[in-house]
Design a protein around this ligand. Sequence first.
Ligand SMILES: [Fe+2]
Length: 498
Amino acid sequence: MNILGISAGFHDAAVTAVSNGEIVFAGHSERYSKRKHDPDLHPDLIKDAMKYIGQVDQIAYYERPWAKFTRQLYAGQYKDAFNQYNLRNELYKIAQWSGLHSAPIKNYNHHLSHAAAGFQTSPFDDATVVVIDAIGEWDTISIWHAYYDDTTGRAEYQKLWGQKYPHSIGLMYSAFTKHVGLKPLDEEYILMGMAGWGKYDSIRQLRLNHSIVEDDQDIKFKHNFHLGLPDDIVLPNKSEDIAYAAQELTEELISSIMIKARHLGVSSNLVYMGGVALNCRANRMLGEYFDSIWIMPNPGDAGSSLGAAAMAAGRRLVWKDAFLGYDISGPYPVKGIISELATNKICGVASGRAEFGPRALGNRSLLADPRGPEIKDKVNEIKRRQKFRPFAPVILEELVHEYFDMPVGWNTSPYMQTVAVCRDPDSYPAIVHVDGTSRVQTVPKDGSGIRQLLEQWYVWTGCPMLLNTSLNIRGEPMVNDRSDADRFEQLYGVKVCS
Ligand SMILES: [Fe+2]
């Protein structure tokens, strides 16, 4: 059966094509339209998905519009409620360009789509699934027991606990994001980076927590953060300290949920999904509660296009890696990158299939030699982003423990999902945050292009890692095709190898 999973209409529209249990394509609209977080389906995205499946038997949508409608009415979002996204109409509009002909549409619960995207791509036969996001239809936090039925092989989900709108950790974090002048539902990761620069004494942190949280076991708040931060809470003056306080509180609440999940769940395998699972600083503590951890590398709503397809498939999906998007074909340009790094220390790469998820993992990356003090400013000249934000290292998996002190439960980190303490920050200042941690990407012996590159780089320099940041023109999403890469080259004068 050929299934097309879709998440669209709110933010980060994405499509996943599944054919007979195999994920054959998954991509984001924004990479085609060049509009960050584009909520609309792009015809070329669907066209690319269709190249891999030919025809569609079932369309799977990542949430239930009627349930969302009732919540929007409750929340007073009348404009949104009465301008409800109509997938059938949207597909009809782009049918002649996308090549997608009519197929039955099934709608799945928002949190269940998150859960399925995680569990059905995980290596586990059974798991405790935790979903934490801003808002779906009504659910904001949910805990599930997921397993495969012995006789049918079908994935089964039993809900163990949940919290509903307006009590939402994601909305609270977004309210803090907005409060410090950043863009909510976009720049939460910048708030997380800012937190490393802040501090707040424990007495005042406790007082702040008390003014925000009604019940830290049931995760209930005293305010509806959908409306922003209330005026009556006492915050520090500096943005960095506000970010720190928000991050501390968030981690305490996540910790409380993980304790509850471990207590309620029958499995010590954790599948963790929802936009809050992108908080890699908070993720370092997950191993304190669970023996094994799986976070699908696209845990937010875009990844739920895969989740909806997984729900329709009903069984385990074949997960190989996150390189599932648009293909720039040809061998990975190892030699070209090494020679460029030797001369200019910085090189772009746009090769193979684009990453499905917000992180560049080596196929649409800007790479640099991480050694020495000057490289951070050099890369920042190109990225022109806030100086307080660090860049991430990508390292040969078998050497990660020599260079980083990995948190409990995180032997590897192939999708940059946790932070680890760098053992030698003075030698690699460009990839270390002010708090001494790095958002590490480990690369296993999988024969991938980035693996071959790191191996040769190590032989040549004795250094097993590179600085890795996403290849994008400022203000735009990640590079998708070769013409984007050409524009990047022209704008910044940095070679992009394909
Ligand atoms: Fe969500």
